[in-house]
Design a binder for this molecule. Structure first.
Ligand code: NOJ
Ligand code: CA
Length: 549
């Protein structure tokens, strides 16, 4: 059997800048993060995804990189990175890092050299046009409302350059072999420093291999570039992975996996959007349909499931009416909660008013869905957001460690923090923080530790063949995962009302069901159909044991 570590991983995403400040200047850093490794070990996560920590003008939260081979001095040094990576390895925690090579910052020396001298080799690192090409509106501008165009005139260059994202993020020309060689060097560098893989930022745009006459048209087979990346990766480090940010339709997604020779992991944006529709409707059907629509995954492939990430909750694959349903349930004040005409700029706990039972049901689902769960820092506490902040910042406030000053994030003066800590309302740091919640039996944090432990004890969920089970109740989602002769069944009630679900468990007849969360007597499947009494927003995991009555 291949040792595919990511199949049963629990990934934790964090932004160093907002995680833990080790030197009291108001900005999180590697020293602070390293101090928190024991917390992460206790939580049970097995892999940290570090958001961009490279030198950057920081106009897009670090996704505007100006040096791929270094650490932003505000966050530490390369030495601090290596120290962190060593300490993480000691604890069995792997690291994946963001690879942001669809674009560079306009402050990157490549871009600066290009605009200084058109004859330099760096000119062809980017995409230029003498005349302003027609803007592609549909799917062209990624940040509507903040960005007007995909072509911006650069005075010094006397030409327009292409950019899918902000105008300070010039798109790289990956049809240029020299650019591809640069990307390999970057990957090789971080692999040599011990990372276990990369989160590929903006993967669909990265592989828009540009044609001279239509710079946003895909060439016939853009995916061959992923083959190339993967080949390089696997030669350098056999167990390293590519995890793509590709918010695409199911038919497109299969091409990112191909036969297992491209990306190993893809974020499950499709499942995520329909999960929110299911939650808004209190019905399982949208999620059932979404999982049935997903393409089959090759044996080494895996979905990366998530509830929220650091961006807006994108709902672009849903119809306007469906988006309205979700907004009505979770973002009633469109003016402050909605962004880019497609998503919600809130964290999850405030969306559900901190309903603990619903939070646990949701994260139980996340931890049990076919694939690998990805948590965003602070989700284990149910932290809130700050809607007074601009753009996508409300969901990027600092981690809340204690009821002390600045929530224990930093000793700096509050006005010097990189972003304010949530200090008002239901989710304020005095109440929602690690120190308090870890001592509170039944808190989301203590529950999460237990749930993560359970997840790791159930490799069937990450490795197994899965099947969605009919439940004879519209609110209940149930699935069965089987791996190496072992079976786990998970049942989730999307409604606040108690109900009875009736599952057909022919394959498990005469077997015992051991409830993995609750201390309840074992049940025996003594008939082809079996009834489950569920509380509102209940979640149950059962291991099917061989012990026959
Ligand atoms: C996706 C990242 O998640 C987002 O935060 C960023 O703004 C864009 N890519 C551009 O890099
Ligand atoms: Ca600092």
């Amino acid at each position: 059997m291949l040792d595919l570590w990511y199949k049963n991983a629990v990934i934790y995403c964090l932004d160093i800048e907002t995680y833990m400040d080790g030197n009291g200047d108001g900005i999180g850093d590697f020293v602070g993060l390293t101090q928190r490794l024991d917390y992460l070990t206790g939580l049970g996560i097995t892999c940290v995804w570090l958001m961009p920590f490279y030198p950057s003008p920081n106009k897009d939260n670090g996704y505007d990189v100006m040096d791929y081979y270094s650490v932003d001095p505000r966050l530490g040094s390369l030495g601090d990175f290596v120290e962190f990576s060593r300490r993480a390895e000691e604890r069995g925690i792997r690291i994946i890092v963001d690879l942001v090579v669809n674009h560079t910052s306009d402050q990157h020396p490549w871009f600066q050299e290009a605009v200084r001298d058109r004859e330099s080799k760096y000119w062809d690192y980017y995409l230029w046009s003498e005349q302003k090409p027609e803007d592609i509106q549909e799917g062209g501008v990624m940040f509507p409302g903040l960005q007007d165009t995909t072509w911006t005139y650069y005075e010094k260059a006397g030409a327009y350059y292409a950019h899918r994202f902000y105008d300070h993020q010039a798109d790289l020309n990956i049809t240029n072999p020299e650019v591809r060689a640069e990307i390999q060097r970057i990957m090789g560098f971080w692999l040599a420093l011990g990372v276990s893989g990369f989160r590929i930022d903006a993967a669909p745009h990265l592989i828009e291999l540009r044609q001279a006459d239509n710079l946003f048209e895909r060439v016939e087979d853009p995916y061959i570039y992923i083959d190339e990346m993967r080949d390089f990766l696997s030669w350098r480090r056999g167990d390293a992975i590519l995890l793509a940010e590709a918010n695409e339709t199911p038919d497109e997604l299969s091409k990112y996996f191909d036969h297992g020779d491209r990306m190993q992991m893809l974020f499950n944006f499709w499942g995520n959007q329909y999960f929110f529709l299911a939650l808004a409707r209190q019905e399982a059907a949208p999620l059932v349909q979404a999982f049935q629509d997903l393409p089959p995954v090759p044996s080494i492939g895996q979905w990366a499931n998530f509830v929220r990430n650091h961006d807006e909750l994108t709902l672009d694959k849903l119809s306007d009416d469906e988006q309205d349903e979700i907004a009505a349930a979770f973002a009633p004040d469109r003016d402050t909660m909605w962004i880019f005409d497609r998503g919600i700029r809130r964290r999850f706990a405030p969306m559900v008013n901190g309903d603990l039972q619903l939070l646990k049901m949701t994260y139980s689902l996340l931890l049990s869905l076919p694939g690998t769960p990805v948590l965003n820092y602070g989700e284990e506490l149910g932290i809130g957001d700050d809607l007074s902040l601009e753009e996508r910042k409300p969901a990027r406030t600092p981690m809340q460690w204690s009821p002390g000053k600045n929530g224990g994030f930093s000793t700096a003066a509050p006005e010097d923090l990189i972003l304010p800590v949530v200090s008002e309302g239901q989710f304020n740091y005095k109440e929602v923080n690690v120190a308090c919640l870890r001592r509170e039996p039944g808190s989301l944090l203590t529950w999460m530790e237990q749930a993560i432990r359970l997840r790791k004890e159930c490799p069937e969920l990450g490795w197994g063949q899965w099947q969605i089970l009919d439940t004879k109740h519209p609110s209940v989602f149930a699935h069965r995962c089987q791996w190496q002769g072992n079976v786990v069944i998970a049942i989730h009630n999307f409604s606040p009302d108690p109900c009875t679900a009736t599952l057909t468990l022919k394959d498990d007849l005469d077997h015992c069901l051991v409830d993995l969360f609750k201390n309840q007597p074992e049940e025996t499947v003594s008939a082809p159909t079996h009834e489950f009494q569920l509380e509102g927003y209940d979640y149950r995991w059962f291991r099917v044991t061989n012990s026959v009555i």
